[in-house]
Ligand binder design. Structure first.
Ligand code: MG
Length: 247
């Protein structure tokens, strides 16, 4: 069942989303060659706690980090560690926070120092594909109009869309219905209604769309070890159009 939120609940979701957005800003400032992903994790956790919120990922099925840090061929769910960022890497950072019982969830991919042209394009296309998806998040469209817009944009730019992981509804729980694939034909699935709140999150690969999970049971990597990027916003569908809660 898709849970529709009241005005008041949307405000709570916005508050959570703003903490996530500000945490992203803080972490982004620290992204540079030599910093470890664990340092980024600590920084994020401290900031979230300072906002009287809690990191949602920590302890989720035993996940040890407060954020996910996925470098280069890592797609999502990378575990913060003593690994240092290197000049030319790209890092996807996923942050979730809960406050007043409501969750915000957002991800970005950032360059570490100067990156090559392919990585720049990958980041740009992934970010734009999220924007294309959000444009379709309007009343009376169907859910898969979002999916289709993302896939079409990504593939027309020569990259591929991950299919094994998808976006999701967001609210009191980090993962609510519906699932939101980043691929597929338009015009399918539930009709979008005011009060729906969705975490839309394209994961885009340079090479094959196929991914696998490492032996740590978390880190998802591309099968061909080519790079991947990830952008995510939590949004609300309103009568006035999509409202980005995590911007
Ligand atoms: Mg998410």
């Amino acid at each position: 069942m898709i849970i529709l939120k009241s005005e008041r609940e949307l405000q709570y979701l916005y508050d959570a989303g703003q903490i996530v957005a500000k945490t992203h800003q803080e972490v982004a400032k620290a992204v540079q060659p030599g910093v470890t992903t664990l340092e980024l994790d600590r920084l994020a956790e401290e900031y979230i706690l300072k906002c009287q919120a809690k990191p949602v990922f920590k302890g989720y099925y035993g996940f040890t980090g407060s954020i996910c840090t996925s470098i280069n061929e890592e797609v999502v769910h990378g575990i913060p560690s003593l690994r240092q960022l290197k000049f030319g890497d790209i890092i996807s950072i996923d942050i979730g926070a809960v406050i007043n019982g409501f969750v915000g969830d957002a991800a970005v991919t950032l360059p570490v120092g100067e990156i090559d042209e392919e990585a720049q394009q990958l980041i740009e296309v992934t970010k734009n594909s999220l924007a294309e998806g959000i444009k379709q998040a309007v009343v009376k469209n169907r859910l898969s109009d979002i999916s289709h817009a993302i896939q079409t944009y990504v593939e027309s730019n020569g990259f591929s869309v991950v299919q094994d992981f998808v976006g999701h509804g967001v609210g009191r729980a980090m993962h609510e219905e519906p699932q939101i694939p980043n691929f597929g034909p338009p015009g399918r699935g539930p009709r979008l209604k005011s009060g729906m709140t969705l975490a839309i999150e394209p994961m885009v690969n340079v090479g094959t769309y196929e991914v696998e999970t490492l032996l740590d049971n978390w880190t998802v990597v591309t099968k061909d070890k080519k790079r991947s990027a990830h952008f995510e916003h939590s949004i609300a569908i309103t009568d006035d159009g999509p409202w980005i809660l995590t911007k």
